[in-house]
Design a protein around this ligand. Sequence first.
Ligand SMILES: [Zn+2]
Length: 461
Amino acid sequence: MESTLGIRHAAMLLAHRIKIQPTLEQRDYFARAAGAARRVWNWALAEWQRQAAAGGKPNAMALKKQFNRIKYSNPAWLDENGRPWLRTIHRDAHAQPFSNLARAWTRYFEQRRAGRPAHPPAFKKKGRCRDAFYLANDKFRIEGTTAVLPKVGRVALHEALRWPGRILGASISREADHWFLCVQVEVPDAAARLPRSSHGVTGVDLGVSAAATLASGEKIGAPRPLKAALRRLRIRSRRLSRKLDAAKALAGIAGRIPKGTRLPVSNKRIQAAQALARLHARIARVRRDFTHKLTTRLCRENQAVAIEDLNVSGMLANARLSRAISDVGFYEIRRQLLYKAARYGTLIVLADRWYPSSKLCSGCGARNAALALGGRAWTCAGCGAYHDRDVNAAINLQRLATGALAAATALPVASPAATPGTPAGQGPAGGGKVTPARHEHGQQDGSGQEENVAHFCARFC
Ligand SMILES: [Zn+2]
């Protein structure tokens, strides 16, 4: 898109995450580039903390300048031959952490101001953090199923880029032993829009016993990959920790490992760590597949979908529920629904967190205040109807969706809160209980993980 005016309406920002097939040399470079990004992040964070503690007001630009002055001369950044090893890594990889860090601080203070639980940016530890680095859009190009990258040249892609449009940037990241290229593209609306297969209106109750219950009564069970893999996870974790114990014994360390110690690394320990990482990656893949299929189906088949705007972080604090909830990936389902809604022109209605969708009788509207969290079914004291808890909630949500849709079509008043792609003007429906969702370009996932460049990105992989 050439125009800068109204760019948000003419194009959508989508990210395509493509598996890549690097050679051994390329993998080695990727690992070193990700390591450089991590070390620079840690340097910048330490310096930020030091300046802030000294009463200064650190900022990313000044820190980057400060780093640029030392990065080729400071002994800490020279290799064993006294050469600046950072010269072998493309500069995007070691320039980007500064803006990532500034964004992480901004997010932290925003969350704190909003009274939400927030964690300040943390140091990254090799093997414990996401390995990733950034590429600016003028430093690489994509030719069919090949990407041409700085320093390493041509890399084979598992598929071609799906969309036309302006490439804004990319990141390269590792998941277990696979590498991925995630490309952010500004896709013209005409190419980003997808046709719906039908025009239903539904409510979706996201739950633990069934991942999603639709107003039609259909229950969709999640694959629950974590539960199924939990036994295997325990086995593989145990195998790794035994090898860690052995390494500690070898180094003569009992108890906590002192800061800065490097334990001897055995091949078996590396293998065990890789086996565990592969299992985690598999769990993530199964989960991703499920949430993508569910959210695509909901947006493709419906002109309006209502979901509860769950207080996910609050629920995760409930230890008993937390594993089941994060396994199903509530937050991810909500996030995907929001960006796919823009592509299918579907209205997403977020019911107020306090809307008692489970406690209202979908028949007569009577409120069952006594319904406990564990109660799977109940009989309405008002009309005597017998309700499945989840189906009843989904029907109540469907009613909100119907109301919001009617309000949207009856009152053609422009509303900034409307989902782009739906007919102009979705005002909130009656009762003030619903929020027709914005298409949140700027939304970040709630994991607190540093997403290299994809802070605006609607993951589509
Ligand atoms: Zn009733």
